[in-house]
Design a binder for this molecule. Sequence first.
Ligand SMILES: Nc1ncnc2c1ncn2[C@@H]1O[C@H](COP(=O)(O)OP(=O)(O)OP(=O)(O)O)[C@@H](O)[C@H]1O
Length: 605
Amino acid sequence: MKNPLRKIYPYLLRYKGKIGLSLLFSTLSILFSLVSIGLVIPVLQLIFGVNGSMSDSIAGTTLFDQIKREFYRQIEIRLQTTTVSEALLYVVLWVLAAFFFKNLFHYLALYVLAPVRNGISYQLRRQLHAKLLELPMAFYARRQKGDIISRITVDLREIESALITLLEMVFRDPLMIIGSLAVLLWMNYKLTLFVLLTLPFVSWVISRIGRTLKRQSTTAQSQLGSLMSHIDETITGLRILKAFNAEHVKQSAFERINDAYYRTSNRVMRRFDLASPTSEMLGAVIMAAVIWFGGRIVIASDQFGPANFIAYILFFYQMIPPSKAISRASYNLRKGAASAERVLEILESSNPITSPPDAKVITAFCDCIQFHQVSFGYREDLILRNIELTIPRGSTTALVGLSGSGKTSLVNLIPRFYDISSGCITLDGRDIRTIELRSLRSLMGIVTQEPILFNDTVRNNIALGKPDASWSEIEDAARIANAYDFICQLEMGFDTIVGDMGSRLSGGQRQRIAIARAILKNPPILILDEATSALDTESERLVQEAITRLMQNRTSIIIAHRLSTIRHADKIVVMDRGQIVETGTHEQLLQFGGIYSRLIKLQEF
Ligand SMILES: Nc1ncnc2c1ncn2[C@@H]1O[C@H](COP(=O)(O)OP(=O)(O)OP(=O)(O)O)[C@@H](O)[C@H]1O
């Protein structure tokens, strides 16, 4: 399978300039790093004592040789005019300067890379959030909330670190290795060729260790997702858990997931941690071989000399950290690939509920909504079968039926929260799948059973569907929804933050804000899922009054739980196991003596 990280690479393109600059700084840093070690040779030679002219011993004609010869000549001039210790000070100051520039450029390379690092997560986070808003409801039915959150947080961090590792691995580390190798070859090619022969063996060992890491890492990430979902559920349902003394049920379920995550994380971490010691050990083995092999060369020839040999070892040592980093990088990349797969699964999920290119933008609802032989299922099995229904403009249609009979599923089809399996739903004679989706939804207002409020101000919650509404429009909507008085009594009035899901408000207050929201949007079609939770009489009266006002001059589709509220509906549709079994007015259905009249009798007692 192709590495999923490949699809993330294009995100780096936006930062070409910065990456290039960072590469330039890295190159300079590497150059100074090599120079700083090269400068150690004269230090050592001064300490060991110089035999003859240092500059004359350099025979080569390359630019590198010329610079070196000139530098040695400067030392010799100082040796002739001053003491050895002053010549030493001269060299040491050069060493210090080289180290300073090495580190300065290293920091600058990281400095320009910071916005690249954070920018990748930034872009992906933005796209993921937009995608989450776009994806259809069906996408969420199959997934855990915590798992999605962990993909946006933890997995993004893994991708970020993998990509940065990649940048270092592709540019900086190889450059360091190549630079050091070039110097090593220049210093002693025989010894260096011997070192090069060992490299394929080293990379084989490293890739073997990394092989299972990606699989284990995927498991760990999805376990972390379950963990987050669990915590989310615990906090949401805390009241019930406490009331039922069921804390231990949740705790032991949590411990099971936590244990599994702990064990997988241990395995991942152990594999990951194996990278560094393995490569260090391999480095040490090669180093030992170099010392053994090279030591004999030094003994055999007096050309190479002890100072050069020590410098050779230092140059060689320079290669170990980047080689270690490369081996570590291969693990990081595997972890990153596992995370990229999880993130791409969201980004690449297709959304079947979209408008076709030639979709019609509608601005008004004139005639009726019709269901023609509509069948629907969330999966293979059908939940709704052969639905035939006409909802004329300006009418009130009530859906009744036992719990699970399919009422909510039916109304969810009108704003295309789900698409039907067969048949057709039309609005003014036009298949709703050919209508531009936003314009279709803009005709509808929805008040759900459990009002959905966001952790924002009362004002912004009301203005959700009409963000450009004026203050007076918002206040008027609140007045019509019987919400104005209680809002004014809140600590900060319309600017009060309502808490997570509106937790700082009572059930009735939440409902009235949701109604005010629908009133402000002023849609021609209203879908109302009547609240089942009982409110106290006064609150109930205020909510009911608000609903009656909301329904005025609109086409309303109500899912009714309390039959007393829908007696005056133009049409009552009785559903049973996914089918429409009776339709008519209250009086007609009572006379018919079917399910509706039985339900009425049940509610009277
Ligand atoms: N997201 C979903 N995924 C799969 N099945 C679902 C989903 N939502 C509902 N169902 C199933 O569809 C059937 C109809 O559910 P629906 O919510 O439409 O009934 P309802 O009449 O509105 O019930 P209630 O009055 O209790 O709200 C039920 O059997 C339910 O299990």
